[in-house]
Design a protein around this ligand. Structure first.
Ligand code: AHR
Length: 522
């Protein structure tokens, strides 16, 4: 589990957002908001893997969330629930990380292959102490990734398995033919190897992955990486277990001692409104709960910059990617649910958490090339919730949907001059923004108004952007905690937006309170 560490960076992060970034002290001045989109200064692409998902064996994340079994009365395709599958395909999910999380460092892949009925039944020691019968294993996950059209990001077991177990897993998945493991894969129904896009060398090695010191973790990473040899000429991106929040020493030691052994390193940052003993409710919160959640979300900007700066020292050519392979909100579980299942509702506030993250990711695409929201279905900040044969798309799903054209598009830097929004000690710019140019030339501009009480009128200056017209969508609702339920699944969903006027090189946009607007300029 993540525990905060009071390093220098932590002290810095304890300050309000304005102080963290060196921005001018907040005022209540009424200067008009202005966003400048620099279409003439294209930056690194917004890697599609920044919209990645994470599916752990945790609560109803896999079982009933993804997998219901072929005999289930819930409509399914070969055992995978159809509604979830269709929703993921519609979102063009680019990558899915599996099987954990903490679960990964106690997972033994051999227990999850072969006839499902005969698979070993274990206790899920991390998540609720429930039985895990391994019905969903390697074949099920790899086939599912292909069905979704997503890259597979498999997390290996460093914590309590020897290197040969990881090496054999890689061989089972990627070896074309000839070896015993390739034959075993074929006997289990899959003749051709799968493509493994990314492979995690353990998860949270500083915590549930083995409570290692960074020096030890660096050596272990070098050792395990040595034996990770994909078959068939596959190029698999090896991902090291990265820092917890602000633990810059972890990044320093890993880069210095083991930087050559991996292609990416994954930091984890969760938005927790209060603290670990009282995280805060997913709905029914007041404006302080709104403001603190969004302000704490924005701390990821300084975190990414801090870890990236360390990586720059050891890897100035930026060969090694930084990933945020776990991010999202972490609230108190819904009353009456298993505390080990991490089931929480998802409101308009979560959608803004997502859009603010996307804006921040866009500022770091030179180094940041992947992110995985925690988690895909029924766990933490889910994009989908299920209950029996019912499914809802959460406000977070719709935020992902509105930004999905950012995938592999060229980032256009933005300057944002905005009024400050303040509530108690929480301060952030009222307007957040990012922009990209897609392969077809369409420019997409995402705007978020975090102020829950008042609209913002924004002038968007388009430098080096030409277009004949603008179309737009908006996500907003009457209340801060508006959310979708199984009874009212469409309470929060995008609608057409007509509050943007394009004239010459300028857009005038009126952003309603607490809203996300995506503008498409063609
Ligand atoms: O996402 C839930 C848990 O959070 C993951 O299993 C772990 O990696 C992190 O602490």
């Amino acid at each position: 589990m993540i525990r905060n560490m009071m390093t220098t960076l932590a002290l810095l992060l304890a300050l309000p957002a304005a102080a963290q970034t060196g921005a001018p002290a907040p005022t209540t001045g009424e200067a008009p908001d202005q966003v400048t989109v620099h279409g003439d200064q294209p930056a690194a692409k917004f890697n599609r893997r920044l919209f990645g998902q994470f599916a752990e064996h945790l609560g109803h994340g896999i079982y009933t969330g993804i997998w219901v079994g072929k005999g289930s009365p819930i409509p399914n395709v070969d055992g995978y629930r159809r509604d979830v599958l269709d929703a993921l395909k519609a979102l063009r999910v680019p990558v899915i990380r599996w099987p954990g999380g903490c679960f990964a460092d106690e997972y033994h892949w051999r227990e999850g292959i072969g006839p499902q009925a005969g698979r070993k039944v274990k206790i899920n020691t991390n998540w609720g102490g429930v039985t895990e019968d391994n019905r969903f294993g390697t074949n099920e996950f790899m086939d599912y990734s292909e069905m979704v059209g997503a890259d597979a990001y498999v997390s290996g077991n460093v914590g309590n398995a020897p290197p040969f177990e990881m090496a054999e897993w890689m061989e089972y998945m990627t070896s074309p033919s000839g070896s015993s493991l390739a034959k075993e894969r074929a006997a289990n129904g899959r003749k051709e190897p799968w493509k493994v896009a990314m492979f995690g060398i353990g998860n949270e090695l500083w915590g549930c992955g083995g409570n290692m010191r960074p020096e030890y973790a660096a050596d272990v990473t070098r050792r395990y990486s040595t034996f990770l040899k994909p078959g068939g000429g596959q190029r698999v991106m090896k991902i090291a277990s990265g820092p917890n929040v602000d633990d810059t020493n972890w990044t320093e030691v890993m880069m210095r001692e083991a930087g050559g052994a991996f292609d990416g390193i994954g930091m984890h940052y969760y938005t927790i409104p209060f603290d670990w003993s009282h995280k805060g409710a997913a709905t029914g919160f007041d404006e302080d709960g709104w403001a603190r959640t969004l302000a704490k979300t924005e701390r990821i900007d300084a975190l990414i910059a801090g870890h990236a700066a360390i990586m720059d020292k050891y890897d100035p050519a930026k060969r090694t990617a930084l990933l945020v392979d776990e991010w999202g909100t972490w609230y108190d579980v819904e009353p009456g649910t298993n505390p080990g299942f991490l089931y929480q509702q998802n409101s308009l506030r979560d959608a803004l958490v997502a859009s603010l993250n996307f804006d921040i990711f866009a500022r770091h695409t030179d180094r940041l090339r992947g992110a995985n929201i925690a988690q895909m279905v029924n766990v933490l900040q889910s994009i989908l919730l299920t209950d029996g044969n019912r499914m809802v798309k959460t406000p977070t799903y719709w935020a992902f949907d509105m930004y999905k054209d950012y995938q592999d598009a060229v980032v256009l830097p933005v300057d944002v001059q905005s009024r400050w929004y303040n509530k108690n000690e929480w301060t952030l710019k009222a307007v957040s923004a990012s922009a990209v140019r897609g392969a077809d030339g369409t420019v997409h501009i995402g705007l978020t108004n975090v102020d829950p009480n008042r609209a913002e009128t924004v002038t968007v200056r388009l430098a080096g952007v030409t277009g004949a017209g603008v179309t737009a969508r908006i996500l907003t609702a009457a209340t801060m905690d508006a959310h979708n339920t199984f009874e009212a699944p469409d309470a929060v969903r995008p609608a057409a937006f007509t509050g943007a006027q394009l004239s010459g090189g300028t857009l005038q946009v009126t952003l309603p309170a607490k809203s996300i607007v995506m503008l498409d300029i063609r």
